[in-house]
Design a protein around this ligand. Structure first.
Ligand SMILES: *Cc1c(COP(=O)(O)O)cnc(C)c1O
Length: 317
């Protein structure tokens, strides 16, 4: 669904601090693929097709939103896919990867040591000689080609509402960089790091920004990771269960949930002046919840709250 819808959120805390809060539902762009991953892939798929590659090769964990989106989006475009997956082949039966296989992705499982080499030129050269007709896209789909697709968010928002801050979760920085480049300093971009010791992302973002991008109207907040990437407490999940029910919007505990909990903390700290208008970008990722449920990582109360928001597509094996 494009443009992705905007929804107003109401909460006693927002009223108390005289804030207006909205959420841009990129999780609803498509029933199958996660919002920001879909947007980031647009430029990469175009590039691969324009340059006559027969497929795309990329990297991810066994529950990766990017791998899931890549497999589907490329199949739609008649491009082949190879996923270099961190971990053991048993993972191929999980929700994320059984769908990736269903969409014809070739899954190559590698150990942690090999996976760590995913940014090293010698490893990338090896992969290129092994798969010369595949365009290699980094983990998370983050590269310069990913930026143009993110501009769609800013274009749509411009027609949808007036606002002061745009808040989103950040992991590899491609989504944030695309928004900063497209927004040109018009709004404050506030990125909530979902992993530990994320200060290095400042450099990553600057490196991704096109030459001449001069906006300084963006912040990286690194204090809201809740223990590290994909880490969270049972209490976080219970809070997110309540908030999912309250807003009738699904929040998973890895990305969108950390953004929402950070928003509530920031408001309590008085971070936003009265009258401020905040847009949360829901980046998607709801497909990952199935993996969390199967691994028993979320309490019953959370499953109850999120159930009706999970993709209705049946599970493949
Ligand atoms: C990958 C992902 C992010 C982080 O995007 P980056 O471009 O890596 O910073 C945020 N939310 C969801 C749901 C994701 O899958």
């Amino acid at each position: 669904m494009l443009p992705s819808p905007i929804q107003a959120l109401t909460h006693p805390l927002f009223t108390k601090h005289q804030l207006q809060v909205f959420i841009k539902r990129d999780d609803l762009i498509h029933p199958i693929i996660s919002g920001n991953k879909w947007r980031k892939l647009q430029g990469n798929i175009e590039y691969a097709k324009a340059n006559d590659y027969s497929g795309i090769l990329s990297f991810g964990g066994a529950f990766s939103n990017h791998i899931h989106a890549l497999a589907y989006a490329c199949q739609q475009q008649q491009l082949k896919t190879i996923g270099i997956i961190r971990g053991e082949p048993e993972y191929q039966h999980n929700y994320t990867l059984s769908w990736a296989k269903h969409w014809q992705m070739q899954l190559n499982f590698v150990d942690r040591i090999t996976y760590k080499r995913r940014y090293q030129q010698d490893y990338l050269d090896e992969l290129t000689s092994q798969y010369p007709d595949y365009f290699i896209v980094p983990e998370g789909g983050t590269n310069q080609l990913a930026l143009t697709g993110m501009a769609g968010v800013i274009d749509e928002l411009t027609n949808q509402l007036e606002f002061d801050s745009l808040m989103l979760p950040i992991a590899s920085g491609g989504t944030t960089a695309g928004l900063i480049a497209a927004d040109n300093g018009e709004h404050q971009i506030l990125s909530i790091a979902v992993l530990k010791q994320a200060e290095y992302l400042l450099q990553e973002i600057k490196a991704l920004l096109p030459n001449g991008a001069t906006s300084t109207n963006w912040r990286l907040l690194t204090e809201f990771h809740r223990g590290g990437y994909a880490k969270f407490s049972a209490e976080d999940c219970i809070n997110l269960a309540e908030l999912t029910t309250h807003f009738n919007v699904p929040f998973e505990p890895i990305y969108s949930g950390k953004m929402l909990l950070a928003l509530l903390d920031l408001i309590e700290q008085g971070y936003f002046p009265a009258g401020h208008r905040i847009v949360l970008l829901h980046t998607g990722g709801i497909q990952g919840v199935s993996g969390l449920i199967n691994q028993n990582r979320v309490p019953e109360q959370y499953i109850k709250a999120i159930q009706s928001h999970l993709p209705s597509v049946p599970r493949v094996q």
